[in-house]
Ligand binder design. Structure first.
Ligand code: SF4
Length: 210
């Protein structure tokens, strides 16, 4: 007997969209895999080095039906959808992830963890930010902890965050792109001395793809 499908709550059927595109995941555990990206607009976390500052103002973008997002993603050959931002957890995402999962997608999230978690996630990438640290539930759910290393203090920050994630969580240090020349050699040394960490590079930027 087929399961009855729940209706989409009209309050959650529209989301502010900065862009959506089919590309190769460039970071973390799933780097190198084709995936459809949905970048929601809106973020108030305020990272000084943010490379998508144009995403911060959600009012600069149209709201898009989640069915439209699904239809776009279905035109790709991948069945991984990555929901990113901005800060996607500013929105109630349960209907979005249910819709994608009902249609055979794996749902991946990229979040700072600063907002309450909604949605059902096959992969939960937690990238905590000092300016607005994660809520406890984000640590519990994290499949991957990705620390952006901008300066020396970020190594201490990384260890503090590490103490809060679950045992199975993958651990990545990723140089902030504009400081990569300075920080990557230090990250390499740090990982050699602390091999529970791995290095994540933004390989999509080396490939010059979105
Ligand atoms: S959480 Fe992400 S989108 Fe928001 S300011 Fe920080 S890097 Fe930018």
């Amino acid at each position: 007997m087929s399961q009855e499908k729940k209706d989409i709550d009209p309050r959650n059927s529209l989301l502010p969209l900065m862009e959506s595109f089919y590309t190769i995941q460039g970071e973390g555990f799933h780097a190198g895999k084709a995936a459809y990206f949905v970048r929601l607009a809106g973020c108030d976390v305020g990272c000084s080095w943010c490379d998508v500052k144009e995403s911060w103002n959600k009012d600069a973008y149209d709201e898009v039906e989640i069915n439209t997002l699904l239809e776009r993603a279905r035109r790709s050959k991948s069945r991984i959808v990555v929901i990113t931002g901005g800060e996607p957890l500013m929105y109630e995402l349960s209907d979005l992830t249910r819709l994608f999962k009902e249609n055979g997608f794996k749902t991946h999230l990229e979040t700072s963890g600063a907002y309450p978690v909604s949605g059902a996630w096959d992969w939960f990438c937690l990238s905590p930010k000092k300016f607005n640290p994660p809520l406890p539930e984000a640590f519990t759910l994290a499949s991957e902890l990705k620390i952006i290393v901008y300066n020396h203090h970020d190594f201490q920050w990384a260890e503090k965050m590490l103490n809060q994630v679950n045992q199975a969580c993958k651990l990545y240090l990723q140089p902030e792109w504009s400081r990569s020349g300075l920080m990557l050699p230090k990250i390499i040394e740090y990982v050699k001395n602390n091999p529970h960490w791995e290095i994540s590079l933004q390989v999509h930027k080396f490939m010059d793809i979105p």
